[in-house]
Design a protein around this ligand. Structure first.
Ligand code: PLP
Length: 389
């Protein structure tokens, strides 16, 4: 039988990642040192009180049944956390766990859109922002983010007709990959825009705990009127080093959370109970580790950006996230070709900016997943490679 696949499935090609992976394997075979700064998996460990809570709950055979719902202790932990951390009051109905923000973004358009409905997503932006709605049959239109504007959208540049047609808009700050944070003025304008054009806002808040310069990351929901217009995704992946556990929450507008819950009951039977205990332990527990980690990411960012500037690559400091967004060095124009050449010449692996959208071309992204001494080695490896001269 000849198996034929959907047009959508065929748009997901490994492309450059397969090339980078092949090159990496080849370098390793040749005994070269490889520095992998491509994937944003934290190198820190989850806190012991979290792993203990998961392990203890995993010993109880009762906890292997379908969970079906988020338990009251978990909802209470989220409510207390949002109140203390962000000053936001949430009702239990305004909270739902998801299997990572990635899963949430992959499916939420099923609750909000009919086929062909318009969704606005950033360019450049984290890929699922566009892929999720598109998988659900929505039509995605991107809004441009330019360095000159601090990588914030100019809302007044979105054509009125597009704004009126848009069902929802994905927004995320601090933003992966561009490492920019947004200020209060932006969020207030965003909420006014949402109300004026009746556009739902989906704010992905994956990096509110990794903001530099002593600034405190906020929640979209802490701004007046936010709950009326949208929801936020809060992930435990990066703040608590739980990427593999797949725990996030969608919080905010009750009707949206309720409808999304109804959709998800068709595809998911609830979060594994030991993970519910682990998530509650993370949210209820001490947060010193979260703060210390943010400072460590900041030191890494400074070591990488400052180090690269010292050797002649003009990379500005980032404002947050666990990445560095680097404009290509002079003389280079194609981010894929540059990544391949950088890996071959220095052993350093990063991600081409073009994989985050057309406006990501001209940049590469490094993940800050190595400690400062290794980052210093990386800068030296790049200098010695001669790629900048
Ligand atoms: C902006 C952004 N949102 C969401 C995610 C995925 O988060 P989760 O692990 O909760 O699915 C990532 C992961 O890198 C991310 O960078």
């Amino acid at each position: 039988m000849k198996v034929t696949f959907s047009d959508k499935a065929q748009t997901f090609q490994a492309g450059i990642f397969a090339v980078l992976n092949e090159k990496k394997e080849e370098l390793i075979r040749r005994g070269r040192t490889v520095y992998n700064l491509s994937v944003g998996t934290p190198d820190f460990l989850p806190a012991p009180h979290v792993t203990e809570a998961v392990a203890n709950a995993a010993k109880d055979p009762e906890n292997y049944k379908y969970a079906l719902t988020d338990r009251p202790f978990l909802l209470e932990a989220v409510r207390n956390f949002y109140r203390e951390r962000f000053g936001v009051e949430l009702a239990p109905e305004e909270i739902m766990s998801i299997n990572g923000s990635q899963e949430g973004m992959a499916h939420i358009a099923w609750a909000l859109c009919d086929p062909g409905d318009l969704v606005l997503a950033p360019n450049p932006g984290y890929p699922i922002f566009s892929i999720g709605p598109s998988l659900c049959g929505a039509q995605v239109e991107t809004y441009p983010l330019y360095r000159e504007n601090g990588f914030l959208p100019k809302l007044s540049d979105i054509p009125e007709e597009t704004a009126r047609k848009a069902k929802f808009m994905l927004v995320s700050y601090p933003l992966n990959p561009v490492c920019a944070a947004a200020d209060d003025v932006f969020y207030r304008e965003l909420i006014a825009f949402a109300k004026k054009y009746e556009v739902i806002i989906l704010h992905d808040n994956a990096y509110s705990d990794i903001v530099y310069g002593g600034r405190k990351g906020k929640s979209f929901l802490s701004y007046e009127g936010a709950k009326e217009v949208g929801v936020e995704l809060y992930s435990l992946s990066k703040s608590y080093n739980l990427t593999g556990a797949r725990i996030s929450f969608v919080v905010g507008n009750r009707e949206i959370v309720d409808t999304f819950r109804a959709v998800r009951t068709q595809i998911d039977y609830g979060m594994f109970l030991p993970l519910q205990y682990g998530a509650a332990a993370a949210l209820n527990g001490p947060k010193d580790g979260v703060k210390a980690q943010c400072l460590e990411y900041e030191s890494r960012m400074k070591a990488l950006c400052g180090g690269l500037r010292r050797i002649g690559w003009q990379v500005p400091d980032g404002e947050g996230t666990m990445f560095v967004w680097a404009p290509l060095p002079e003389g280079y124009e194609n981010s894929e070709a540059f990544c391949v050449e950088l890996m071959e010449r220095s052993g350093v692996i990063c991600v081409p900016g073009s994989s985050f959208g057309s406006l990501g071309e001209g940049f590469v992204r490094f993940a800050l997943v190595q400690p400062v001494p290794v980052i210093e080695e990386i800068v030296e490896a790049i200098r010695k490679s001669g790629i900048l001269s």
